[in-house]
Design a protein around this ligand. Sequence first.
Ligand code: DC
Length: 245
Amino acid sequence: MPVLLVYNTILIDMSKKITIAIDGFSSTGKSTIAKLLAKKYNYVYVDTGAMYRAVSLYAKNNGYVSNDLLNSNDLVSSLNDITLVFVFNNDLGYAEIHLNGVNVEKEIRSLEISQLVSKIATISEVRKKLVHEQKLMGKEGGIVMDGRDIGTVVFPEAELKLFMTASADKRATRRYNELINRGDKVNYNEILFNVEERDRIDSTREDSPLLKADDAIEFDNSDMGINEQFERICSLVDKKISQSS
Ligand code: DC
């Protein structure tokens, strides 16, 4: 009796999945590039700024912030009550953040949360919890993570590190357009002030300040369109993948 062997023709991608760390100032288009990369290479995208923003929303909703004063002790005591989960949205093609079971993606992008988040991100206990979760999410590779300390603290061993910059004016204009397009009533000068203030706090805080890792590639995209950036970055990714495979 003949023995028949049937082979399924399944195409398996054998190339190594690398870790891509994208850091930089606020509104430098990190998340736009990160989402495009994740889609092209079939990687997981994690927006760590969304995690700090969600903790900020939690602090606000639980009364730990009043008249600009933050009760960080109470927030730190309740960190175990905060569960953050990224849920993939098929329509959008990327994951949205859920805070204790609720999709808060829209709420966390308000100017009010932007004005609070840098302060929340200076709290070492908050950073410790979020960095721990971020390391777990990326332990298998195949991840694109954006933030402020990804190449320096979360994945210092990442194969590709990018550091994005652009002038404060360009960044404030991008953020202003984003907020106007989603229907928020905002004032350009207020946005510019927020962008500059966040740069100052993010770069000067004691715990994990925003720093370019020594081996990060700097990208000033003040005068660079998204297509050009994406093309250049993809060739860097391809090179790293072929070196690591
Ligand atoms: O990327 P974003 O603008 O959404 O980030 C919001 C804030 O969170 C930013 O002002 C600094 C902080 N942050 C941080 O301290 N570390 C990260 N890895 C990501 C964001």
